[in-house]
Design a protein around this ligand. Structure first.
Ligand SMILES: Cc1cc2nc3c(=O)[nH]c(=O)nc-3n(C[C@H](O)[C@H](O)[C@H](O)COP(=O)(O)OP(=O)(O)OC[C@H]3O[C@@H](n4cnc5c(N)ncnc54)[C@H](O)[C@@H]3O)c2cc1C
Length: 383
């Protein structure tokens, strides 16, 4: 067993850490307060490969391994939760399905555009106003073939990056009879006639990562915009989400690390009863728990990413990693605020934002309840 990063991965970690420190950290509060996406981070992240992590080099991407993707997402999450979420929605959701399942024509046309960082991003719309966890039964947005086009009607909800995207990969019902082979993914350019992207949702946290409702009113796209095989949308979605869970877990580890770093600094400086609060065992125990839980979550994230890189099954591990890392991040951010006392509740201190940002992680890309269902399915199947 080898727990060391390869030389290449260690260099990558350093590059992304420095990028996060320079381009994300200083703007994290501003993007949250102004509810604006950090465009400069995308522009500068493109050339170092951060906008093409799921994209093969021949289409302009960096096509990093899963451990390197997890490393990057942790570092970006450490720098700014909002920007990290927008980047992972782009890489993992908005480009990976095209790279994995798309036709050569789609890859050549769209991937170089979004990998450069110069243009808008990619997005994936699965969730609908009436369906999130239950995608298989609940999706009612439909696509019908008319001549050489798909005609799409319906509505999506919570689509991260929709307002800053070149296209939205949209999960649609292509067989009205339903069942596991009735869904498909279709690429819809955001300038398509009949497509309306609503205003950015007013969110609790991650406010520099825009998420939108989207409506499709007789939107017409070429038949060739099908991403993957017709009827394979559910399977492609589940596989995309498995990989996405490693990234959401990694962002959570980064958020937790940032909250712990802030708590350690504060505990050393703040004095009470004549000494630094870091001297109190009650504070030390909180810091110990943080360090322990972050380490455990990171190790599980790496293990899951490693399994993925080996081409081995990792559905259960991805659910465990996501569940543990996201719930851990909430506990760590909670305690980081506690260590800051009243100041922790102030928007002048970053732990307040991290706590709000971390809250999404147990919901997006499969709620904690859904992760527990996935784990239970594996546990019961093996007994
Ligand atoms: C900031 C943000 C960004 C997002 N970005 C995207 C995006 O880019 N693309 C996209 O498609 N979606 C996105 N989502 C949507 C997100 O994936 C869904 O919110 C999530 O999957 C949960 O679906 P839901 O909100 O419909 O909740 P529901 O599915 O309605 O669930 C409500 C509650 O019931 C529980 N529940 C549901 N089914 C079961 C069950 N079988 N057993 C036990 N409990 C159950 C859930 O765990 C939850 O607690 C985003 C959401 C947010 C908030």
């Amino acid at each position: 067993m080898d727990f060391d990063l390869s030389n290449e991965q260690a260099i990558w970690k350093k590059i992304v850490h420095e990028f996060a420190e320079k381009e994300l950290r200083p703007k994290a509060r501003e993007v949250d307060e102004k509810e604006e996406f950090n465009w400069q981070a995308a522009r500068k992240g493109g050339p170092i490969g951060l906008m093409g992590m799921s994209i093969p080099e021949m289409y302009g991407g960096s096509n990093v391994d899963s451990i390197s993707n997890a490393i990057a997402m942790e570092e970006l999450g450490w720098g700014c939760g909002s920007t990290a979420l927008a980047f992972t929605a782009h890489n993992g959701l908005g480009t990976a399905p095209i790279a994995l399942y798309g036709t050569e024509e789609l890859k050549k046309k769209w991937l170089p555009i979004v990998a450069s960082g110069k243009n808008k991003l990619g997005a994936l719309a699965l969730t609908e106003p009436g369906a999130g966890s239950d995608i298989q039964g609940g999706v009612i947005t439909k696509a019908e073939k008319q001549g050489d086009e798909w005609v799409i009607n319906g509505a999506k909800m919570w689509c991260t990056n929709a307002g800053i995207a070149e296209y939205i990969i949209t999960l649609v019902r292509t067989d009205p009879k339903g069942g596991s082979k009735s869904l498909s993914m279709i690429l819809v350019p955001t300038d398509s006639k009949g497509l309306t992207i609503g205003p950015a949702e007013k969110k609790m946290g991650l406010r520099g990562s825009p998420a939108h409702g989207v409506t499709y009113d007789n939107v017409r796209v070429p038949l060739g915009n099908l991403v993957g095989a017709e009827g394979r949308g559910l399977q492609q979605t589940l596989s995309t989400l498995d990989a996405g869970r490693i990234s959401i877990g990694a962002i959570s580890v980064g958020l937790a690390q940032a909250a712990m770093d802030a708590a350690v600094n504060y505990a050393r400086e703040r004095k009470a009863f004549g000494q630094a609060i870091a001297e109190f065992q009650a504070i030390q125990f909180k810091l110990s728990n943080m360090a322990m839980e972050i380490e455990l979550a990171r190790t599980m994230i790496y293990k899951t990413a490693w399994l993925k890189d080996q081409g081995r099954p990792y559905n259960k591990e991805a659910a465990i990693a996501k569940l543990y890392a996201t719930e851990m991040a909430e506990r760590v951010c909670y305690d980081a605020i506690q260590i800051h006392g009243g100041y922790g509740y102030s928007r002048e201190y970053n732990v307040e934002r991290m706590y709000r940002d971390a809250r999404l992680m147990t919901i997006g890309e499969g709620t904690s309840e859904i992760q527990r269902l996935v784990i239970a399915r594996h546990v019961l199947a093996s007994e």
